[in-house]
Design a binder for this molecule. Structure first.
Ligand SMILES: Cc1cc2nc3c(=O)[nH]c(=O)nc-3n(C[C@H](O)[C@H](O)[C@H](O)COP(=O)(O)O)c2cc1C
Length: 193
């Protein structure tokens, strides 16, 4: 299958996660292109889409929502998955629960589009990314800085997508075989379609 992995990333950690997912899907035999949302061309030849987004201020970056809105028809007619990259693992447990509620808000941003799956990953959190007020806030709530990407979890999610796509391919192959058999049967009995 031809899969497009597109991403919106402000500081690069979402881009690296997207490239890793693309690589894992390639290893499963798919033809995969990975690129920033702004460079994604026509979706005409694409069979499935994975869309990754950095979370800023509890929302996807504008370029990600613009991509979704500009391609709503094409996205809704293909299997698609989304992932978001935020900072839940940089926060202490009590605050982390609040960060996890972002997922619902993010899915709501998609409107009537229903991804086959959405995953929230933690990304990279550096003091230099934040204005002073946010650094003070993070300090007060006990936030930490670092690279919180969980590569085994990211790989596992990519393989889940590959499994689902393989399942879809198997079903459609089976359907094709059944239809071909029906055609043959009709021809051999001379019955009208
Ligand atoms: C200005 C700013 C706002 C952020 N707001 C959120 C947020 O609301 N929720 C969250 O989970 N992470 C938030 N983060 C953390 C980022 O999502 C995290 O650093 C992620 O790795 C960024 O991805 P990127 O490197 O692809 O830009 C914010 C980061 C920045 C710099």
């Amino acid at each position: 299958m031809r899969i497009l992995v597109v991403y919106a990333s402000a500081d690069g950690s979402t881009a690296e996660i997207a490239r890793r997912i693309a690589q894992r899907l390639r290893e499963r035999g798919h033809e995969v292109s990975d690129q920033p949302v702004g460079s994604a061309g026509s979706l005409h030849d694409i069979d499935a889409i994975v869309l990754g987004n950095a979370v800023h201020d509890r929302q996807w970056l504008d370029e990600a929502t613009n991509f979704v809105n500009a391609n709503r028809q094409a996205v809704s007619s293909r299997p698609f998955w989304t992932f978001s990259v935020g900072m839940p693992d940089a926060l202490p447990k009590a605050v982390r629960k609040i960060a996890r509620t972002e997922e619902d808000a993010i899915i709501n941003q998609l409107g009537d589009l229903r991804p086959r799956g959405h995953q929230l990953f933690s990304g990279v959190v550096k003091p230099s990314q934040f204005p002073l007020a946010s650094r003070i806030f993070l300090h007060l709530v006990g936030g930490r800085y670092g690279d919180f990407r969980d590569w085994p979890a990211i790989d596992a999610w990519a393989l889940e997508i590959a499994d689902q796509l393989d399942g879809a391919a198997t079903i459609s192959d089976a359907a094709k075989t059944r239809l071909a058999k029906q055609d043959n049967d009709r021809e051999s009995t001379g019955s009208a379609p």
